[in-house]
Design a binder for this molecule. Structure first.
Ligand SMILES: Cc1cc2nc3c(=O)[nH]c(=O)nc-3n(C[C@H](O)[C@H](O)[C@H](O)COP(=O)(O)O)c2cc1C
Ligand SMILES: C=C(O[C@@H]1CC(C(=O)O)=C[C@@H](OP(=O)(O)O)[C@H]1O)C(=O)O
Length: 384
């Protein structure tokens, strides 16, 4: 089993994570981690902060000669913006002429955090809850992906809706889905992409913001990971991972949400046997590759529903917690839409869960043991 702890304030010195339990002997491709970090920073509708940050991974422990050695891996990403915030973000800062934040922003943790932690400056709450944290999470997920790649599991992230504009996604065309990473919103449907950009432009014009649907497709996962037990169910664990991403307010496995409004004959995935590959396959994949908490060998599809970005130029009614006077929440800068970035984050969040489910089933102090056990199991499946 792997676990990790991450830390770091949005405008603090840096973001860090320590991951424990990655098998020894895994080759760490830094360029792959940096590629995903770069993808997370991109996307049409992102704000000014992304012009300041140039996320790059630094590995401080757990790797020698490019390979993991079985000890905890320490990761760090520098916050370039810290330079502009040291007067209030350095741990022992003593003087600032900047005002404290006293007007909680609706849709953010500000008010709940203020009440829970008994802070005077709402910045103490918003710094940690900020989605800046998702950068280090992507780095952790990238390492999990590198491990799973060796077992034949691949991850794809894309966007299938921005506001009311929905894409037409062909889930069987993995090349098209993969290539969507090259366009400004990671949308596999070119017509929808154009409309999505227009709707974001409209949000900018109206000083408003948008959410959307971020999806992750996982190919090559064997049938049999997860469990019947409630807290080991794969769909439940993927839902937890996905819902823990900032602004994701609903999740479905496959067509989970639409399926609730249909007849059973329009939903269940009928079974056939493929004599060539010696695999049990489905004619459709509306349930997204998981039945009864266990993967069934089809692609695993996760849809994450993101609310519109809460901070807008327009501002929203709030109160000043010091004076209790009605006021409008403060705007400094913000993303207008970050659904494409969220798709990279969800990909990382679920990669962590899938790796844990794999390690539970196949063990793995070292990569050779892990890969041998996966290959033996794949051979066994062909005999069933
Ligand atoms: C990649 C990403 C970028 C985000 N950027 C912003 C932003 O620029 N401004 C903002 O107000 N919220 C942004 N959010 C959303 C907030 O972090 C989130 O809504 C807030 O922390 C409250 O958490 P909750 O929506 O999960 O309740 C972003 C979320 C993600 C995933
Ligand atoms: C820094 C990132 O996202 C931030 C997430 C965020 C929020 O409230 O979640 C608010 C904004 O922070 P700032 O006010 O510093 O611009 C975003 O830029 C990032 O994704 O790297």
């Amino acid at each position: 089993m792997i676990s990790y702890l991450d830390a770091g304030e949005s405008h603090g010195n840096s973001l860090c994570a320590i991951i424990d339990g990655i098998p020894a002997g895994l080759e760490i491709d830094e360029s792959f981690i940096n590629h995903l970090l770069c993808l997370r920073q991109s996307g049409y509708g992102r704000g000014g902060r992304q012009k300041i940050e140039k996320d790059k991974i630094e590995i401080l422990s757990g790797v020698r000669f490019g390979k993991t050695i079985g000890s905890p891996i320490t990761l760090k990403i520098k916050n370039n913006d810290y330079e502009n915030w040291q007067d209030i973000m350095a741990p022992f800062a003593t003087y600032t002429n900047r005002k404290q934040i006293t007007k909680p922003r609706p849709g953010h943790v500000d008010l709940a955090g203020y009440l829970k932690y008994n802070r005077n400056d709402l910045r103490d709450c918003l710094e940690r809850s900020s989605a800046r944290q998702t950068a280090i999470r992507v780095a952790v997920g990238a390492i999990c992906e590198l491990c799973l790649k060796e077992a034949g599991v691949e991850f794809y992230n894309f966007v299938s809706a921005i506001g009311k504009v929905k894409a037409n996604v062909n889930y069987a065309n993995l090349d098209e889905i993969k290539n969507s990473a090259n366009n400004e919103l990671f949308c596999p449907d070119k017509n929808a992409l154009y409309e999505m950009k227009k709707t974001i432009d409209k949000a900018i014009e109206n000083s408003d913001s948008l959410g959307g649907v971020a999806e992750v497709l996982i190919s090559g996962a064997v049938a049999g990971i997860g469990s019947y037990k409630w807290d080991k169910k794969l769909d439940a664990r993927l839902a937890l991972a996905t819902m823990s991403v900032q602004a994701i307010k609903a999740v479905s496995i496959g067509d989970g949400i639409e399926n609730a409004f249909k007849y059973s004959s329009e939903v269940q995935d009928e079974i056939y046997y493929d004599f060539n590959s010696k695999e049990y396959r489905r004619y459709t994949n509306r349930l997204g590759g998981i039945e009864g908490g266990i993967s069934n060998g089809e692609n695993i599809v996760i849809k994450a529903f993101m609310k519109p970005i809460p901070t807008t130029r327009k501002g929203l009614r709030s109160i000043d917690v010091k004076t209790k006077e009605t006021s409008v929440s403060v705007y400094e800068r913000s993303d207008v839409c970050a659904t494409s970035a969220a798709s990279v984050v969800v990909r990382a969040a679920v990669a962590y869960e899938i790796l844990n489910a794999y390690l539970e089933k196949f063990g793995g102090d070292c990569m050779s043991e892990f890969k041998r056990n996966v290959e033996n199991y794949k051979e066994y499946l062909k005999t069933k």
